[in-house]
Write a protein that binds this ligand. Structure first.
Ligand code: ADP
Ligand code: MG
Length: 704
């Protein structure tokens, strides 16, 4: 037992009320949990900010000044204490909404105070709400130069547990434990190889640092641990999963062969390689009569031909007597896959059905029956597929298209559709840099289609301004005269937001004026249309009956109209990079030279300029993803929102990439050497991982 396991209530200064709050607000249950609540920055207490330098961008600052007025303002719940503090450079207002009477009594006019806080706007005035304030008697002295700043919450603040309160508790923990209470978790060999110091010292240095250098050293070690534990868990999972029995697809039979023979093109080398990888995954292991369950992530840039690979994999399942399903993130996409796949399988004896939220009543009942009896061979759909009522006779493989749109929970439901879990192929067109893919999908096998079908011409991308609009329209007319079709996309931040729809509507009207009927035909698709209308409009465009499709981002993912050769993106600055890349991927699918035109007005943020320039400069999805990640930070990347769940507190998958790779390598060597962590040197690690049930939380990775 270590004192770090002591319940937080044992700590001096933490009564039942504070303990409950700490548990609820910050999940701090024990002394040890409190030590894991790391500061997110440090204040140099020897630095005083002149009041005149306070700006809306100021973070936590320290100022010194004299109180020149103390006033109670406002009534009722708006009542507050407003205090003016002045130094030689200017004045600032300090505000208290709580403890008004207390502070009114405590603060004295014309005395000098040291104030610490974070400026914020109250109404239109920049002030410092609820600062730390202390009367100065004599010159400023500090026991601790670097003061840690902790995150807190409103409720904790109200109970005195602001950053200062938390810092005090942390100090109390250090006073009541011994260095030996902080057990080493990392194996000795790792500690030695990585030249890590003592773990206790690392905690001291991160919470009570003497200078910047010890913070860096401590954080390197603690970040490494976070990455390392997470990677060990993933690798163990991967290791264990290899032992799960999987369905065997022994034969490549009639379905596969017939289809393959009739393909109008040759598969690319990359497509063939991925198919082989899938074949290998679904074959028996050695002499056994079972395989290991496949969990494969298929990455391939837009237009690289993932759908064919998916279809061929499904046909292999069918050839072995199993059913297959394919899940798409939107109804439009599900419909499109359904049409494409049914079209491609025409003349073959294969039943393809579609299930979405709009399949209801009798049709739905019949469909579900047919599925359970095995009459339906391939089921395509939206997340309606994962509903409980959807039962297969024998599901052999599940394909998940554009997985970043699916929640992990939803995916894990699919897992339960068979007694022996189906093979799972997750396809994504959002390229993720390698290290990040390893972090997030560390237990999945990864296939990459890194080759586009031959004959594709690079898409010419240009950034144009509002003043060029007429020229752009002229260019569109030339393209239409050549028989090409055109997408015009409007940003839509939230489908329910009326004003975005207004943008689209007025855009549509101006397009109709510039491209009058009957010479030109224009379709329009947006989120507020009924599905049947949407489908109708899409279909007209696909069938070449309309020249232009005006749309919101509903067409972002996966829509395939090879004859469309121009993509116009309106207010392109309002789109994210990966979105722009996805949109551009809608053209350049046929043999014709294609174009992408990014329209904006002149006012552009510096980030927007980088995004647009990147689009003009490159069409490499991986490069684009890297830039995107640098601009937005990892928290914004789909799929990484759960980084809290990954147990990462200090470490950042982007900023600390080299460390992540290092941790990954070390973890890999360790697991290869000792998969179940039985060796004496690894016992601490094993105990730690068992106790910290993080595994439960990442159970989803079995399927994602
Ligand atoms: P994505 O990877 O974006 O899902 P798709 O599977 O939709 O790409 O394929 C894009 C287009 O390329 C489709 O029209 C498809 O028929 C075509 N295609 C796929 N593979 C090849 C190939 N090997 N040669 C030529 N065209 C191909
Ligand atoms: Mg696709």
């Amino acid at each position: 037992m270590s004192k770090l396991d002591n319940p937080i209530t044992y700590l001096k200064g933490v009564g039942p009320a504070k303990a409950t709050l700490l548990e609820k607000e910050l999940e701090i249950h024990t002394y040890g949990d409190l030590l894991l609540h790391y500061p997110f920055r440090y204040i140099d207490r020897t630095r005083l900010t002149p009041i005149s330098e306070i700006s809306p961008d100021s973070q936590w600052i320290q100022i010194k000044g004299t109180i020149t007025s103390v006033q109670t303002k406002g009534n009722g719940p708006k009542q507050r204490l407003a205090v003016t503090l002045a130094d030689e450079s200017g004045t600032v207002e300090l505000v208290w909404f709580k403890g008004v009477q207390y502070f009114r009594k405590m603060l004295t006019l014309r005395k000098e105070y040291l104030v610490f806080g974070k400026p914020n706007y109250y109404g239109r005035q920049l002030s410092i709400p609820h600062p730390d304030i202390e009367l100065l008697e004599g010159p400023v002295t500090f026991t601790q130069r670097l003061m840690p700043v902790y995150s807190s919450t409103e409720k904790l603040n109200a109970k005195g547990l602001n950053t200062k309160g938390i810092a005090k508790l942390v100090r109390t923990v250090f006073e009541s434990i011994e260095p030996a209470d902080v057990h080493e978790i990392l194996p000795k060999s790792v500690l030695e190889n990585e030249k890590f110091g003592n773990r206790y010292q690392a905690f001291i240095n991160i919470h009570l640092p003497e200078d910047e250098s010890v913070i860096n050293e401590a954080s390197r070690r603690l970040k490494f641990e976070e990455f390392f534990f997470f990677q060990i868990k993933l690798l163990q999972l991967k290791h264990a999963r290899k032992k799960f029995k999987g369905l065997v697809f022994k034969n490549v039979g009639e379905h596969f062969n017939t289809f393959y023979k009739n393909l109008p093109f040759e598969l690319t080398g990359a497509q063939k390689r991925v198919l082989k990888e899938i074949r290998r995954d679904t074959m028996p292991i050695g002499e056994a009569d079972y395989s290991a369950q496949m969990n494969r992530l298929l990455q391939g840039d837009v237009g690289s031909g993932k759908t064919i690979v998916a279809l061929l994999s499904m046909l292999i399942a069918l050839d072995n007597g199993y059913q297959a399903c394919m899940m798409a993130p939107t109804e439009i996409l599900a419909n499109q896959h359904f049409d494409t796949i049914r079209g491609m399988l025409k003349g073959m004896d294969i039943n393809v059905e579609i299930l979405t939220g709009s399949v209801k009543g009798k049709r739905r009942r019949l469909l579900l029956e047919g599925l359970e009896l095995g009459f339906i061979h391939i089921l395509i759909g939206t997340h309606a597929l994962i509903e409980k009522a959807v039962k297969f006779k024998e599901l052999g493989i599940a394909i998940i298209d554009e997985q970043h749109r699916f929640g992990v929970e939803q995916r894990s439901k699919l897992w339960l559709k068979s007694t022996i879990p189906p093979h799972v192929l997750v396809m994504t067109a959002t390229p993720i840099p390698r290290t990040l893919a390893m972090t997030l999908y560390g237990d999945l096998d990864v296939s990459v289609i890194d080759e586009l079908p031959p004959g594709r011409k690079a898409i010419v991308t240009a950034h144009r301004f509002e003043k060029d609009r007429l020229r752009v329209f002229g260019f569109m007319k030339e393209q239409i005269a050549l028989g090409r079709q055109i997408y015009i996309v409007y940003p839509l931040i939230d489908e329910s937001e009326h004003f975005d729809y207004q943008d689209l509507k007025s855009g549509f009207e101006s397009i109709e004026r510039a491209f009058p009927r009957p010479k030109y035909q224009v379709s329009v698709v947006h989120g507020q249309l009924h599905t049947t209308d949407k489908d109708f409009e899409m279909q007209r465009f696909k069938d070449g009956e309309t020249n232009i499709l005006v749309a919101t981002t509903v067409i972002e993912v996966g829509v395939d109209v090879p004859n469309a050769s121009v993509m116009i993106i309106e207010s392109a600055n309002r789109f994210g990079l990966s979105q722009l890349h996805q949109l551009r991927g809608r053209v350049g699918r046929g043999g014709d030279q294609s174009y992408c035109i990014l329209l904006t007005d002149y006012k552009l943020s510096s980030d927007a300029k980088v995004r647009l320039q990147t689009m003009v400069d490159t069409s490499d999805g991986f490069k684009i993803a890297e830039v995107d990640m640098k601009l937005r930070g990892p928290g914004m990347i789909e799929g990484t929102q759960q980084s809290g769940d990954l147990g990462l507190r200090l470490a950042d998958v982007i900023k600390d990439q080299p460390l992540l790779e290092r941790a990954r390598t070390v973890a890999k060597n360790l697991i290869e050497d000792d998969p179940s962590l039985e060796k004496p040197d690894n016992i601490n690690l094993k105990n730690y991982l068992t106790r910290n049930q993080g595994l439960q939380r990442i159970e989803w990775s079995r399927i994602s």
